[in-house]
Write a protein that binds this ligand. Structure first.
Ligand SMILES: [Zn+2]
Length: 128
């Protein structure tokens, strides 16, 4: 019969037994440590996933004296749905990547007019 020394009393006990027959201490520690390692990995993966999901947050950014953003932010930049306000032009609502409008946005001018806009070569272009 294979035996192992009890970590508490030092008596030799069968490896198959979960409890030391002399002092009653749990001798299946190896299995416990394995379970702890698995739990640790599960927790690490969970924390990693949570931080990935939290990386995008709602925030306001003052990008320049002329330019402010309010909406989804990641890596300190406009990344996601939001509203970019140009001091002299108005507010563009749309989807942004690295502070730049992607696709079509809706511009609301300071006098309340609504226009479709897009960004080409870094410039705002009107689509209507
Ligand atoms: Zn023992």
């Amino acid at each position: 019969m294979k035996t192992t020394a009890c970590p508490k009393c030092g008596n030799f006990v069968s490896r198959n037994s979960k409890q030391c027959p002399y002092c009653g201490v749990n001798v299946s520690k190896r299995l416990d440590l394995k379970n702890l390692a698995v739990i640790g990995v599960v927790i690490l993966v969970g924390v990693g996933l949570a931080s990935t999901l939290q990386r995008k947050s709602l925030d306001t950014l003052q990008l320049t004296s002329e330019l402010a953003y309010e909406g989804e932010v990641a890596d300190g930049k406009a990344n996601g749905k939001g509203r970019m306000t140009y001091r002299n032009l108005g507010t563009i609502e749309g989807r942004f990547e690295n502070n730049s409008l992607v696709g079509t946005g809706i511009l609301v001018t300071p006098d309340g007019k609504t226009r479709k806009v897009t960004v080409k070569n870094g410039n705002i272009g009107f689509l209507d």
